[in-house]
Design a protein around this ligand. Structure first.
Ligand code: ASP
Length: 302
């Protein structure tokens, strides 16, 4: 049985398997031809203990497109509000024998603990600032559709690196696949430890974006910060917002990415985000479906 708890522990070949299958489903969704009963009679349980728009919806699309039944469990109306412990809740849901569980949780490592308790594949849909593996896979798919390969590309990941699971999973995946990652952020968003040794760190956008093929921007994860440490939105935009002016430092054919939700006028200017010449945000959202189809397929059809 295989889980998907993070990118860090995956081999290069397994990352390629996921990306190849995601590419297959991207094309299949366009042609309308794929096995729509691949996961017939499978029941997938989504457990979202943190809010989500894109991730939960695209897991549902993915499962339904493959014929699985999806059950969306809601933390707010569950017995957690009647003081049931997290482990008891997981054991209760596990007793119903789901074929797979997709979990998002604010605690670092929660999906790992859940995988230890359940006897079905567990897919991490984001835990604290640790990992968000399906986001990194869909980002890689998006970059490859544009640039052909990840090898040798310069990718700047900009913004609140220290609280971002997206930055971590992307750093693991893109460096495994031969891209050159850099982090660009004010010093207060520099992680204490780099996810991958040797990632260059820049504290100005102009230096950090220079000659990049891909500029990935990140939201300030205010929910994981002390109120007093949250920077002022306008001051942050002035120094670190991605504007046309700053984008000039990247390669002329650079693409701009953002995992969403974005905060216009904070980490990115609205006009850059809306400009189809640069922005690949819509493609990222669309790619969430074939990517999650690939993950459900490879983990559940065993
Ligand atoms: N949607 C992404 C995540 O769940 C990024 C974000 O929330 O800023 O980590």
């Amino acid at each position: 049985m295989e889980h998907l708890l993070g990118i860090k522990e995956l081999s290069v070949n397994r990352v390629k398997d996921f990306l190849d299958r995601a590419d297959y489903y991207t094309k299949a969704l366009q042609s309308g031809k794929w096995d729509k009963e691949k996961l017939k009679n499978k029941v997938v349980l989504t457990l979202f203990f943190e809010n989500s728009t894109r991730t939960v919806t695209s897991f549902n699309f993915a499962g339904l497109r493959l014929g699985a039944e999806m059950i969306n469990w809601n933390a707010e109306v569950s017995s957690l509000s009647k003081n049931e412990s997290f482990n008891d809740t997981i054991d209760t849901l596990g007793a119903m024998k789901p074929d797979a569980v997709v979990i998002r949780h604010k605690e670092y490592g929660a999906p790992i603990k859940v995988a230890e308790r359940l006897d079905c594949p567990v897919i991490n849909a984001g835990d604290s600032w640790r990992e968000h593996p399906t986001q990194a896979l869909l980002d890689a798919l998006t970059i490859m559709q544009e640039k052909g390969s990840l090898e040798g590309l310069n990718v700047a990941i900009c913004g609140d690196i220290s609280h971002s699971r997206v930055a971590n999973s992307n750093a693991y995946l893109l460096s495994k696949m031969g891209a050159n990652i850099r982090f660009v952020a004010p010093s207060f968003f520099k992680p204490e430890e780099m996810p991958v040794e040797g990632i260059p760190f820049y504290d100005t956008m102009e230096e950090g974006i220079k000659d990049c093929d891909v500029v990935m921007t990140l939201r300030i994860q205010k929910e994981r910060m002390q109120q007093s440490k949250i920077p002022d939105d306008n001051a942050y935009f002035k120094d670190y917002g991605l504007t046309y002016e700053r984008l000039k430092y990247a390669k002329p054919d650079a693409i701009v990415m953002h995992p969403g939700p974005m905060n216009r006028g904070v980490e990115i200017a609205g006009d850059v985000a809306d400009d189809p010449k640069y922005s690949r945000m819509t493609a990222q959202v669309a790619n969430g479906i074939p990517t999650r189809m690939a993950v459900l397929d490879l983990l559940l059809s065993k």
